[in-house]
Design a protein around this ligand. Structure first.
Ligand code: ZN
Length: 261
């Protein structure tokens, strides 16, 4: 699946600093004090990048030319798995809400690039152990079922530590608004036996924003909610058994330069 056009044509102007202000402040507080240069991979429209650029020497990378138009730092139009820069050229490589969007064939290359380009630190933010099945919608044209914000995978701190296992975990914490986890078994039952019109994004998302583009066939569509008693029962069961937790997971890794002998 290649959702290149969907990503390129995203409404980048709709993504505003005010929505992410507390997160950006938390990121600034967490950056190690000896960092001067930062590479921001998957910078999107630069909401975070532009603020980092006020204090640090920042280079931004994104595969969307449209998104990069909003970025005020040095910038490179490239895919996260193929970045035309030399090894170890940044004190810190930063990547926020990127890894959960990458298909398998890109993820591996992106991790290699993050490690290759970092001289010392790696700072990753991802949704905190979310279940991508929570926010499913269904394309009315090709019937492809996908996560509405296009999250393809989920990370917890253990998974991140495995991805960066030759690095030392310096600091990790969760942050942000508490959101309810969705039980995986219930989500699979829901996906298979209930009508898509009753799923969470169909009633949860503002009516005016219930439009989407299918990442498989690029069909653009609007969706509307229809109550279903089985879905309501399963969602209620989930509320009873699943905890709420902060939405984001932040992790900072440091290169192990002095490996014990
Ligand atoms: Zn489709």
């Amino acid at each position: 699946m290649d959702n290149k056009n969907v990503y390129e044509n995203f409404d980048w102007a709709s993504f505003k600093y005010e929505d992410l202000k507390p997160k950006v402040e938390e990121i600034l507080n967490a950056i190690p004090s000896d960092v001067e240069s930062i590479l921001d991979i998957g910078c999107g429209n630069g909401i975070i990048t532009n603020v980092l650029g006020e204090k640090y020497n920042v280079t931004a990378v994104d595969r969307s030319k449209e998104a990069l138009k909003f970025v005020e730092t040095k910038k490179i139009n490239a895919s996260a798995d193929k970045i035309p820069l030399t090894d170890n050229s940044f004190d810190m490589v930063f990547s926020s809400e990127l890894l959960e969007h990458l298909p398998n064939n890109v993820l591996e290359g992106a991790i290699t690039e993050i490690k290759r380009l970092s001289k010392k630190y790696i700072f990753i933010t991802v949704p905190n152990a979310e279940n991508p099945n929570k926010l499913l919608i269904k394309c009315p044209s090709c019937h492809y079922i996908f996560n509405s914000p296009n999250h393809l995978r989920s990370f917890n701190i253990k998974k991140l530590e495995t991805l960066f296992d030759e690095y030392k975990l310096l600091k990790s914490f969760t942050f942000g608004k508490k959101v309810r986890y969705y039980n995986n078994l219930i989500s699979i039952i829901k996906k298979n036996v209930t009508p898509s019109a009753s799923w969470i994004p169909y009633f949860w998302v503002d009516k005016a924003k219930r439009n989407s583009t299918c990442p498989s066939c690029e069909h653009q569509f609007e969706y509307s909610y229809k109550f279903n008693v089985l879905t309501a029962a399963l969602d209620t069961l989930n509320v009873l058994i699943s905890p709420k937790k902060p939405y984001w997971l932040f992790a900072i890794f440091e290169k192990n330069n002095k490996l014990s002998t």
